[in-house]
Design a protein around this ligand. Structure first.
Ligand code: DLL
Length: 432
């Protein structure tokens, strides 16, 4: 089932024409009415007339998260306050937060994108969906809330926290789907175990819409296997609007509404635009945004793009699961490692539970990496030799797959911290 078949199944050539028309309109408008973009284009000697094809998009300057910080809170907005109907803000890792604003049309397109996504996952009026993303300045809660209402699902707006109560409501209201971060779902699963709740036996939960942080295929297998549900990836950033685009039931990449967002993939080292199928940093342009225009934004998320038709029949472009951010990459004794690779390796080891923490320290000139992993209750043992053997096995798997000599520390079930919003699993003591 499609929410908007005309757009979602549009021939690629027609979509490109539509994107070009939107782009032209956007650039003309920004040159005339947005001080920030006008100045950026001028400083690069670009005028709207220089954009004569979709390829010419690459002539335009990039924008960065720092541009939003420097123009805090609303100096990059294109419309007066009278047209703004909502703000969200994201705290980020350093400095001032970034503020995003929405006109009525911005909210309508955000909701439209989510309606397409939820429909593609098979969530609709028969579903009762618990939204356990944070409500408030974070975009996750309210975003999913309005998207789910749009497709006619019944929303249980629990936000994060009070996990035991959430689990009770889930049972009492026969909740069929949940939207939250993968780390919060794992926390719920752990709490459910402690309460003696078996998801298969005691709940009607069938689907989870998980995002806001990277999670790997092996994490997906673990969640699906242990809870008896199907888990789908949903992606977005506050600059784009919030959560927007998801996998369909085929789980073969995240469908991007090509009429809403134009994606380029960039080689972060050479600055070259890469071909479809090649992996690099995503650069996005939002084609319909009014309040806070986003043109060639260097998001830093790493992925690849395809416009091959999906088996679900949608022709909309797809990005592959985000493997991390270019600024997340750890360099350990000269070897590049993404936290997602560590997670992938750990989650394939059956004795390991779903929690881990990565700590990097520097002794003199050398980096050391310590990985704490929780062991599943059935594998946790008082016998020192068993634990020593398991630890050596995990260390050797990490060495084999990542070429990293990590020190592994085994933890009892429940010992590591849990997360209600985005998980923070890497502590880099080299930069603190
Ligand atoms: O995290 C919006 C969101 C809410 C997406 C709920 C999905 C579900 P921000 O707080 O601005 O917005 O953070 C955006 O989170 O650049 C990625 O690095 C990361 N991220 C979001 N979704 C995914 C995902 C929301 N599915 C930043 N996989 C992005 C990997 C993700 N990373």
């Amino acid at each position: 089932m499609y929410w908007n078949a005309e757009i979602e199944c549009m021939a690629t050539e027609d979509l490109k024409k539509l994107q070009y028309r939107s782009f032209k309109g956007l650039v003309n408008n920004l040159y005339d009415f947005n001080r920030f973009y006008h100045d950026r284009m001028k400083s690069k000697g670009i005028r709207p007339d220089d954009i004569m094809s979709l390829k010419d998009v690459s002539k335009l300057p990039f924008m960065y998260k720092d541009d939003l910080r420097e123009n805090y809170p609303t100096k990059m907005f294109s419309v007066p306050n009278t047209e703004i109907v909502r703000f969200h803000a994201s705290s980020g890792t350093s400095g001032k937060p970034t503020v995003v604003g929405y006109t009525q049309n911005d909210l309508a397109y955000w909701t439209e994108a989510l309606a397409r996504s939820l429909t593609s996952i098979g969530i609709g009026s028969d579903d009762i969906i618990q939204v356990s993303y944070g409500y408030g300045l974070f975009t996750g809660g309210l975003g999913l809330h309005y998207g789910a209402e749009k497709v006619g699902a019944s929303v249980v707006p629990t936000s994060t926290g009070s996990t035991e109560r959430q689990l009770e409501l889930m049972q009492d209201l026969n909740v069929t789907a949940i939207a939250c971060t993968p780390s919060y779902l794992m926390h719920m699963s752990h709490t459910a175990n402690q309460m003696g709740i078996d998801f298969r036996r005691d709940t009607c939960l069938k689907k989870a819409v998980l995002g806001a942080e990277p999670w790997t295929e092996s994490m997906r297998s673990k969640i699906e296997g242990s809870m008896g549900i199907k888990a789908y990836d949903i992606y977005g950033t506050s600059e784009q609007a919030g959560p927007m685009f998801s996998e369909c039931e085929e789980k073969k990449g995240i469908h991007i509404g090509g009429d809403i967002m134009y994606v380029e993939i960039l080689d972060p080292d050479t600055g070259e635009i890469l071909e479809n199928g090649e992996t690099g940093e995503m650069v996005v342009t939002m084609l319909k945004k009014e309040a806070l225009p986003i043109v060639r934004f260097r998001i830093r998320d790493i992925t690849s793009l395809t416009d091959e038709e999906c088996p679900c029949g949608r022709t909309s472009p797809r990005i592959s699961k985000i493997t991390g951010r270019s600024d997340d990459m750890l360099i350990i004794r000269g070897i590049n490692v993404f936290p997602s690779q560590i997670e992938y390796t750990l989650m394939r080891i059956p004795q390991i539970g779903d929690q881990y923490m990565i700590e990097i320290t520097r002794e003199g000139a050398l980096d050391d990496i310590k990985i704490q992993v929780e062991i599943k209750p059935e594998f946790f043992s008082d016998k020192v030799e068993d634990m020593v053997r398991l630890r050596a096995h995990i260390e050797s798997e990490l060495k084999k797959y990542l070429n990293v000599a990590a020190v592994v520390e085994l933890k009892a079930p429940g010992e590591l911290p849990r997360f209600q919003g985005k998980a923070k699993r890497v502590i880099d003591k080299r930069v603190i």
